[in-house]
Design a protein around this ligand. Structure first.
Ligand SMILES: O=P(O)(O)OC[C@H]1O[C@H](OP(=O)(O)OP(=O)(O)O)[C@H](O)[C@@H]1O
Ligand SMILES: Nc1ncnc2[nH]cnc12
Length: 180
């Protein structure tokens, strides 16, 4: 049987990087290069499912980040039969929302979540493809807390360790699968 570590080593080999994208000086890590190969995406899915299974107490809701976080959040919400909540870039969600702005590695942005989409006290997983400076996850956590979330676990596929994003989100547990 292949261990999670072995599976992740294989996945890591399939992550392509691009220099100077989307701006000069940024090394861009493209998680879509994994999705282009179903066998490799399947290995990643197995590790994600196994990782979430081990979270105790069990998660009750999954919030995922627009857009790449959606790729993993929706498959996990089906697997664990818990609600999927999108945290979207501004102007995309109908109804009443909480909104907050933040800085990320290559710019600034604003995120929104629908009021009432995360229930007060729910054990929440916030998932994204990648942690860089941590601005995106810190902003998401702020929005989730406005909805009443208290018990949060962060999960990312990739962590750019040099950018020290985990320091910005040290308020809750962070699980990162592959460190770059
Ligand atoms: O840790 P940070 O410095 O905040 O950066 C991480 C975020 O940046 C990327 O998203 P992006 O906003 O580019 O959106 P996308 O998923 O729509 O490409 C990535 O998918 C993370 O959400
Ligand atoms: N270096 C990077 N590669 C891919 N996505 C990112 N989001 C923020 N920084 C990134």
């Amino acid at each position: 049987m292949t261990s999670n570590e072995e599976k992740l080593q294989i996945v890591k080999k399939h992550i392509r990087n691009y220099n100077d994208f989307p701006k000069k000086g940024i090394m861009f890590w493209d998680v879509f290069s994994v999705l282009k190969e179903p066998k490799i995406f399947h290995l990643l899915k197995e590790v994600l499912v196994d990782t979430v299974k081990k979270i105790d107490p069990p998660i009750e809701c999954i919030a995922a980040l627009d857009a790449r976080g959606f790729l993993f959040g929706s498959l996990l919400s089906l697997e664990f039969n818990v609600p999927f909540v999108p945290i979207r870039k501004k102007g995309k969600l109908p109804g009443c929302t909480f909104r907050a702005s933040y800085s990320k590695e290559y710019g600034e942005d604003t995120l929104e979540v629908q009021i009432g989409s995360i229930k007060k006290g729910q054990k929440l997983l916030i998932i994204d493809d990648l942690l860089a400076t941590g601005g995106t996850l810190a902003c998401s956590s702020q929005l989730a807390k406005q909805c009443g979330a208290e018990d949060i676990t962060y999960l990312v596929v990739l962590e750019l360790e040099d950018l020290k994003g985990r320091e910005l989100i040290s308020d809750h547990k962070l699980i990162s699968l592959i460190k770059l």
